[in-house]
Write a protein that binds this ligand. Structure first.
Ligand code: F3S
Length: 390
């Protein structure tokens, strides 16, 4: 792998210990995946922010990087943290968890990373263009950036994303190369999919079959940006899809001549929805996986206005989006109905199980998967209106 003089200096430790460690990670990755060189990235999204995913060892690693002088060289922003920084006491987050979460956030801040705490950076103004090289880490954001925005990113891990931020480069392999971006499985959708829960189920069904491949959809006539984010998130969770195409919708549509063909019919989606949850009354309903857009918060506000909810409700979003929704009056409408607009965190990376929740409802394919596996929840899957008034 060829390194520029400047990159070689970083590897030699001429810019400090932390930068040397970061470059060592990138070079090791480049060698494993056969990269010919490093390429510059215009932005980095760092994941592994919650104490739940980092653990004590993760925080120690961050502290060591801070001590070694780590500073990011490109625009870098954070995935959701383990708690809502403003409401954690009121929401009864455990004290020890909060303390460790703030210590992790403090390390990231010292490295110069923006405290966005969201998995939808593209909804708060961070929108790379078609062909732009980036290094993002959260799987739904990776999928959205590659597919809906047409940017180029691999699915980075916590350490590799942080290393890219510190060095400003990433190894040139995988989805940075055009030859690795053709779809190998075409999905013919033979039913109309309209709701978020429907797109989540479609993503779960296709993710299961596509695994790590790039699906190309035909037959999806209309899909809002929010539904695409839900589709991509579900495929990333139920498979490990990092790139997909939708004919007539995504900016690119590249399909290999030898692509396998699969068809999805109405009964398959209905069966998938059944498998994704149990038929019980949820204690808590969580919306916003990936983080809710302003429009989704507006939809929830319109739905619950003047009503009383049958359970707790969290609408998870970015702080910036919450501020906008607050100004529009949507946050108070949701609160009057008994719900909460939760910023900085989400239902999966917060300590839901420690907080006593056992049965959680959602309309997201990704949340359905991880609420069960990572949060020990019984999942109730469906459309929001069917969940909150149960
Ligand atoms: Fe985002 Fe959490 Fe879902 S990070 S994609 S809301 S699991």
């Amino acid at each position: 792998m060829e390194l520029t003089n400047q990159e070689q200096e970083l590897l030699n430790g001429e810019k400090g210990q932390a930068t040397q460690k970061a470059m060592q990670i990138l070079v090791a990755l480049g060698k494993i995946y056969g990269a010919d060189k490093m390429i510059r990235v215009s932005s980095v999204q760092v994941a592994a922010v919650s104490y739940k995913t980092l653990g004590d060892a993760g925080i120690e690693y961050l502290e060591e990087m801070v001590k070694g002088g780590a500073k990011v060289q490109v625009k870098t922003f954070l995935n959701p943290a383990g708690l809502d920084r403003d409401q954690w006491k009121q929401m009864k987050f455990p004290e020890k968890f909060a303390k460790r979460s703030f210590e992790a956030l403090d390390c990231y801040q010292k490295m110069g990373i923006a405290m966005t705490c969201t998995c939808t950076p593209y909804l708060i103004g961070i929108q790379p263009k078609v062909g732009e090289h980036i290094a993002w880490a959260e799987s739904s954001a990776v999928s959205f950036a590659n597919s809906v925005l047409g940017a180029r990113t691999n699915r980075e891990g916590g350490p590799s994303a942080l290393a890219a931020a510190i060095c400003g480069v990433t190894p040139n392999y995988g989805l940075h190369l055009d030859e690795n971006r053709a779809s190998e499985v075409t999905v013919k959708v033979e039913t109309e999919v309209k709701t978020s829960a429907g797109f989540g189920a479609l993503g779960a069904f296709v993710g299961n079959q596509a695994k790590h491949r790039h699906p190309s959809f035909i037959g999806i006539k209309n899909a809002k940006q929010d539904q695409l984010k839900g589709l991509g998130a579900a495929m990333a969770a139920w498979g490990s899809v990092a790139l997909y195409y939708v004919k007539g919708i995504t900016p690119e549509y590249i399909v290999s001549d030898s692509a396998e063909q699969i068809t999805v019919e109405k009964n398959e989606l209905e069966e998938m929805k059944e498998k994704m949850g149990v038929k019980e009354k949820p204690e808590l309903v969580t919306i916003g996986c990936p983080h809710a857009s302003f429009e989704e918060i507006e939809e929830v506000a319109n739905l619950v206005k003047g009503k009383k909810l049958g359970c707790k409700l969290w609408v998870c979003t970015a702080k910036k989006t919450k501020e906008k929704a607050k100004q529009a009056g949507f946050v108070s409408i949701i609160e009057e109905a008994g719900g909460k607009v939760v910023a900085d965190t989400c239902m999966v990376v917060c300590p839901l199980e420690e907080m006593g929740y056992k049965i959680t409802g959602c309309n997201s394919g990704k949340a359905a998967k991880y609420l069960a596996s990572a949060c020990k929840q019984k999942v109730v899957y469906g459309n929001i209106e069917d969940l909150v008034f149960k």
